[in-house]
Design a protein around this ligand. Structure first.
Ligand code: G6P
Length: 609
């Protein structure tokens, strides 16, 4: 998704902007660009593709300036080409970069065209630049023109603007898209993500919706849309530079898969005491809010949605609370019936997914019960908008395909289940057993990671495949869905997941000797039933790849690969079985030579609808 970085300093900011853009690469983008002020002139460089292309252009003709804005673009309005890359200019005296979507851009564009403005891109962003220029022409100063333009915009934005008319000021505004001010010594920075600022400062201010900021080398002014000054608190970002380095690993995704034992340890820290999950881990007033709830409504997107689907099995069977799980983009427009006694649980790695934020807002508007965010980014919009918060301490996740965020979400949801179940009569003995299983997770995940080499070999059999079917039953059906999502995201193989019992109602028609069928088959109540489903595949010549506790699964099958996981405690088995599926998709993608960390067309944090 689009990224913004800006700086105003006594030193040359171009290297800072480039470094920031590189740190934003993980969000996913298709072009990039930067603009600076040189004397009375705006200067700009833009390039399609990787940041290295932009750097190559800067090598040919370098830029140098004490103020600048830069952007990585992920196409929404208009193709991924140079003309559409940001920054966008108006009449060579306004430069803007923008994240978000301007919903009334066509109308604004029409009016501006009538007023004589010529557009050089298909983007919604360009209207902002011309709109500001238009207000300048009406006699407003730059700040007033900026405010007047924002007032005309319908939609979401994080915007940064520079102009030679005020060459020492960087203006920015936020509504619905994240924006952070970085505070240096005699310099200020701006970014859509704290990761972009890691090499220049840890001192940050999270702007709120409706904030307008003017940054100068030695001064910062934040106002609301009416121009009234507002106070925002300074935070120290906990992001560590080395946490976002790849180190010895070939890809961030690989690093993040192997970091899972530590991510689990970090997420558990301080949350379990004397064999019990601490209710206060969810917030000081968690007890009071949890005491009133009679249902759970989970809302999320993508991989986070799959975590929610797993949790439904835990919450209904252990906490005996009705639980519904819904994709945020569907929930927000469905006109759901409000349940004031339902705990709204939002799941999000980034905490900035536009649909999840909007769905949460919708639950508030409709009158659902209290909200709990399970999230990986502190101070994110989702965290700030929720009554209760449980942070997954997975550390920065850079690979677009989510791995450690997913397993730490599952762990967090299991801890939530225990806390809710205890209130509804779960015995201390059962809680103790679950906690013991939870505490064995890092060790058990380590064991799964030792399957790496055998899965690497297995992956060779997928390289020439165009389709794959993932099967699971019960709580492992969402794990099959997550396995299929991982494979399609990074290897571009079409993959679908089905609850194995549903095979005979359609997907069996697809099975032939070219169709790999991957099954998640732990030793649970449904294993025998799953075996019969796999026999249906076997009888049609399908190639079976089965993740099971024991190789005895092989018996009675013609073409079968069994990947032995060993005995796994049933309650944590969805978390454990996720690991070999992540490794499988990673190795298939490696063989196929795709861009593992930044798969085509995808973004890490989807901050637009
Ligand atoms: C994007 C990412 C996915 C992620 C989804 C939800 O599509 O590529 O990996 O699962 O957004 O993101 P969230 O940050 O809300 O978990």
């Amino acid at each position: 998704m689009c990224g913004i970085i800006g700086a105003v300093a006594v030193r040359d900011v171009v290297p800072i902007l480039i470094e920031g853009l590189k740190r934003l690469e993980y969000r996913g983008y298709d072009s990039s660009g930067l603009a600076t002020i040189n004397g009375e002139q705006l200067e700009r460089k833009r390039a399609v593709g990787k940041i290295s292309k932009l750097e190559a252009k800067l090598k040919k003709k370098s830029l140098s300036s004490k103020i600048g804005i830069a952007h990585t673009r992920w196409a929404t309005h208009g193709k991924a080409n140079q003309a559409n890359a940001h920054p966008h200019f108006s009449k060579d005296n306004i430069a803007v970069v923008h994240n978000g979507i301007i919903e009334n851009h066509s109308k604004l564009r029409e009016t501006l065209e009538k007023a004589g403005y010529e557009f050089s891109s298909d983007t919604d962003t360009e209207v902002i630049a011309h709109q500001i220029h238009y207000h300048l022409k009406q006699g407003k100063n730059l700040y007033a023109a900026f405010l007047a333009s924002l007032a005309m915009i319908e939609g979401t934005y994080a915007i940064a603007m520079i102009s030679p008319l005020m060459p020492d000021s960087l203006f920015a505004a936020r509504r619905g898209s994240p924006l952070i001010v970085g505070i240096g010594v005699g310099e200020y920075f701006l970014a859509s993500d704290a990761a972009a600022l890691i090499s220049v400062t840890q001192r940050v201010i999270y702007l709120e919706d409706g904030d307008i900021v003017e940054l100068q080398r030695d001064n910062m002014t934040i106002t609301d849309m009416a121009g009234n000054p507002v106070e925002r608190i300074e935070h120290i970002s906990k992001l560590q530079a080395d946490a976002v380095e790849r180190g010895e690993y070939r890809h961030y995704m690989q690093k993040e898969i192997f970091e899972q034992p530590q991510a689990i340890i970090d997420t558990l820290e301080g949350r379990i005491h004397n064999g019990r999950v601490l209710e206060a881990a969810f917030g000081p007033n968690a007890g009071e809010l949890f005491s009133k709830i009679e249902a759970v409504q989970i809302i999320a997107c993508g991989t986070s949605y799959h975590a929610g689907m797993v949790a439904r099995y835990w919450i209904e069977s252990l906490a005996k609370l009705p639980c519904t799980v819904e994709i945020a983009s569907e929930f927000r427009y469905r006109k759901p019936l409000p349940n004031p006694k339902a705990l709204v649980v939002t799941l999000s790695q980034s905490g900035e997914t536009a649909d999840t934020l909007a769905a949460l807002a919708e639950t508030k508007r409709l009158g659902f019960g209290p909200s709990l965010a399970i999230c990986n980014v502190p101070e994110s919009s989702l965290v700030r908008a929720s009554d209760l918060v449980l942070m997954t301490h997975a550390g920065p996740e850079i690979g677009v395909a989510s791995t450690k965020a997913f397993t730490t979400q599952l762990l967090s949801l299991l801890m939530l289940t225990v806390v809710l179940a205890r209130r509804r009569g779960m015995t201390a003995e059962t809680e103790n057993q679950i906690v013991t299983a939870i505490q064995s997770l890092p060790r058990q995940i380590e064991k799964m990671l030792t399957l790496n080499d055998s899965i690497e070999k297995l992956a060779e059999q997928f390289a020439d495949k165009h389709n794959a079917l993932f099967l699971g039953r019960g709580i492992h059906y969402p794990i099959a869905m997550e396995g299929a999502l991982k494979l399609k995201e990074i290897s571009y193989i079409h993959a679908e997941a089905y609850p194995a019992g549903e095979l005979k109602h359609g997907p069996l028609a697809l099975v032939d000797d070219k169709m790999p069928v991957i099954a998640v088959a732990p030793n649970d109540d449904l294993q025998e039933k799953l075996k019969s489903n796999l026999q249906e595949v076997n009888a049609r010549g399908g190639q079976l790849f089965v993740f099971a506790n024991h190789s005895s699964m092989k018996q009675g099958f013609d073409y079968i690969n069994v990947i032995e996981t060993g005995e796994v405690d049933e309650i944590i088995s969805p978390i454990i079985y996720t690991i070999p599926l992540q490794l499988l998709s990673y190795h298939v993608a490696l063989i196929k030579g795709t861009d593992v960390d930044q798969p085509r067309n995808l973004a890490k944090a989807v901050t637009v609808e």
